[in-house]
Design a protein around this ligand. Structure first.
Ligand SMILES: Cc1cc2nc3c(=O)[nH]c(=O)nc-3n(C[C@H](O)[C@H](O)[C@H](O)COP(=O)(O)OP(=O)(O)OC[C@H]3O[C@@H](n4cnc5c(N)ncnc54)[C@H](O)[C@@H]3O)c2cc1C
Length: 477
């Protein structure tokens, strides 16, 4: 019998296996596609690998402005794809080696809860192996973690289903050639990243977004900066897609005009939805709403003995959120296993000094591209909507020595810090421009640790860096 059975080996599933494997718990990890899940195979890592190649290409072409000349710069999409596959392959092997090191049994196939654990009794998981194999296998486990992730949401737009020219992000990652023209439906993070990638490689890209701005959680003062930095991508905001014919997207503008975007391919990037089927939700009786599996702040579902973590909860569809949810779940599962085992298992995570509760107020996000954007905490618009009195300070990135040295002034960026007018605690940090994704964790630390304006003023940041603009902005509060 296993201590824990995990369904889904994405960031949530494999990290929980790693944390509890480290404690010598006996773990079964069931995965129907590939170790690493969406993040490693169809999301974070392949996209960033491609974006990095696009950045190198742009830098090589534009190096003349910095006194570096390269002749005949070109890119080889096949080689770019090969490199992407090498990177993801190596990282997958790394996860497999780690699972082996921690004695985690990896079962390929579709996992389904047959019976939930009850009190000190075990639950049961059925694993249907790829291609049928020798038939499904059943395993017993004292606890179950559900982490099946999410899949692209496909709105019922007439002409989009079974249309070979309309791809989701997973299919577009595999494309064998860079399209001359690409239309992206959806201006969220995924849509914007693909738009930037293919535009940098020479495609003519149009993004059609129903809302009046791109990237919904971005500070509204920063969204236009990112759009400008992504020129020549064309953004059609406040537009509703009506139908697709071939690769022609018909839409209505906010003034009610009917327009059409013609392209070679269409990317459907209208968000993702949690996977709520195929893993036995119905057999276990777990509560799930339209948004995802309902969990408390220890990632417990409504059924004792079953936890859920990652995108399936619909709470924050990001890999680093999935990691943290997995850690919180792992600590609680460890304590549960000890309790139901009379303490014999000796769980260490339960004894952690830091309370293990999932918090959502300081989760950073980032958009990767030739120009990056990132943020954490509240935006000016959220502060206004909540009626929170705040102090705000913004600075253009061009005043940073490091930024000036590495950028032409065509690419503008900015850093903004928001603090509570009452408590003077830092509530939000936002950035558009170089290295934003790398330094935003510092903003998260300030918020998480409830630093006040005066605390940050006493901190020393390295110089010259772009991140020191956070400190400079704080002096403006
Ligand atoms: C194009 C793209 C780019 C992204 N970029 C970023 C980024 O830069 N940064 C970031 O933080 N996030 C990014 N994300 C989001 C990130 O990939 C997800 O938030 C993250 O993968 C969620 O982890 P998870 O463990 O919850 O689920 P997943 O990674 O989706 O893993 C779930 C796994 O469960 C398996 N599974 C499902 N059902 C079953 C079953 N019944 N039995 C067995 N196995 C099953 C699936 O095959 C999958 O491997 C991106 C996503 C996409 C699509």
């Amino acid at each position: 019998m296993y201590d824990l059975a995990i369904i889904g080996a994405g960031p949530a599933g494999y990290l929980a296996a790693e944390r509890l494997g480290h404690e010598k718990k006996k773990i079964l990890l069931v995965e129907e596609k590939y170790l690493g899940g969406t993040c490693l195979n169809e999301g974070c890592i392949p996209t960033k690998t491609l974006v990095n190649s696009a950045k190198l290409y742009v830098h090589a072409k534009e190096g003349g402005k910095f006194g570096v000349h390269a002749e005949g710069v070109s890119f080889d999409w096949g080689a770019v794809q090969k490199w992407k596959n090498e990177v993801t392959g190596k990282l997958r092997d790394g996860i497999a080696a780690m699972m082996k090191m921690y004695g985690v049994d990896v079962a390929p196939g579709r996992g389904e809860i047959v019976a939930a654990p009850s009190g000190s009794g075990s639950g049961r998981i059925r694993v249907s192996r790829p291609g049928g194999g020798a038939g499904p296998l059943e395993y017993e486990a004292r606890a179950i973690l559900v982490s099946p992730g999410s899949v692209p949401a496909l709105p019922p737009i007439p002409g989009s289903r079974n249309n070979p020219l309309v791809l989701d992000s997973t299919a577009l990652l595999q494309t064998t050639a860079v399209p001359e023209k690409l239309t992206v439906i959806g201006g969220g993070v995924i849509g914007v990243e693909f738009a930037g990638l293919f535009s940098a490689l020479g495609a003519k890209v149009t993004v059609i977004e129903m809302m009046d701005e791109i990237v919904p959680f971005m500070d509204r003062e920063h969204s236009p900066l990112l759009r400008r930095a992504m020129k020549p991508v064309e953004f059609r905001l406040g537009c509703r897609v009506e139908k697709i014919e071939g690769a022609a997207v018909h839409y209505t503008t906010k003034d009610g005009k009917k327009e059409e975007a013609r392209a070679d391919l269409v990317l459907m990037a209208a968000g993702r939805r949690p996977v709520l089927e195929g893993w036995g939700a119905e057999n276990s009786g777990i509560d799930s709403g339209a948004k995802g599996a309902v969990v408390d702040d220890r990632m417990r579902t409504s059924v004792p003995g079953i936890w859920a973590a990652g995108d399936v909860t619909g709470r924050s569809l990001l890999a680093h959120s999935a990691y943290r949810m997995a850690e919180v779940a792992a600590a609680d599962i460890s304590a549960y296993l000890d309790r139901t085992d009379g303490g014999a298992a000796g769980g260490k995570a339960a004894a952690q000094a830091v309370p293990n509760r999932m918090r959502y107020n300081a989760i950073p996000w980032a958009v990767y591209g030739v120009t990056e954007a990132a943020g954490v905490g509240i935006t000016s618009q959220e502060a206004a909507a909540r009626g929170t009195a705040v102090l705000e300070s913004s600075l253009p990135m061009r005043i940073s020595g490091r930024f000036a040295a590495e950028n032409t002034f065509a690419g503008q960026g900015a850093v903004k810090v928001i603090a509570s007018a009452e408590s003077r605690k830092i509530l939000g940090v936002h950035a558009v421009g170089a290295y934003a994704s790398e330094f935003i964790w510092g903003g998260a630390a300030l918020i998480e640790q409830e630093f006040r304006i005066e605390d940050v003023k006493q901190m020393i940041f390295p110089h010259p860096t772009v991140c020191e603009l956070i400190r400079d902005a704080v002096w403006g509060l």
